[in-house]
Design a protein. Structure first.
Length: 122
């Protein structure tokens, strides 16, 4: 598997018991460049969590940690980043957004980032 897939953790949390937080640790440990967006500013594993939307460049993967209802206002923003793929972690699956991603020719999968990293399928 290719290393350093620049990843946007969308819905990042400072809480160590949250999966987005665990994913940030594991992504950094596995040598991926990580950027993050969340509701609270802070830092996890040396990665600053941004609370305002930025136009990140060269994003390979967006890993989603935000429930479908909360995703809606961000559809256009996320599509405009032109990621290669979006991973919908358990609880974030969103058929409405899936249709928009298909139209924008952006790959998506319903999976768990932690499992993908742990089994070298990321």
């Amino acid at each position: 598997m290719q290393k350093n897939k620049k990843t946007l953790v969308f819905g990042a949390s400072l809480n160590p018991s949250r999966y987005s937080n665990m994913a940030m640790h594991k992504l950094v440990t596995n040598g991926h460049e990580v950027v993050a967006f969340g509701l609270k500013e802070g830092e996890v594993e040396g990665v600053k969590i941004d609370t305002e939307l930025k136009s990140y460049k060269d994003v390979d993967t967006i890993t989603m940690y935000m429930n479908p209802t909360r995703q809606k206002p961000f559809y256009d923003y996320l599509i405009a980043l032109h990621p290669k793929r979006i991973i919908f972690n358990p609880g974030t699956e969103n058929p409405e957004f899936f249709k928009l991603l298909e139209g924008a020719e952006i790959e998506f999968e319903t999976s768990c980032t932690l499992v993908l990293l742990g089994t070298n399928q990321y």
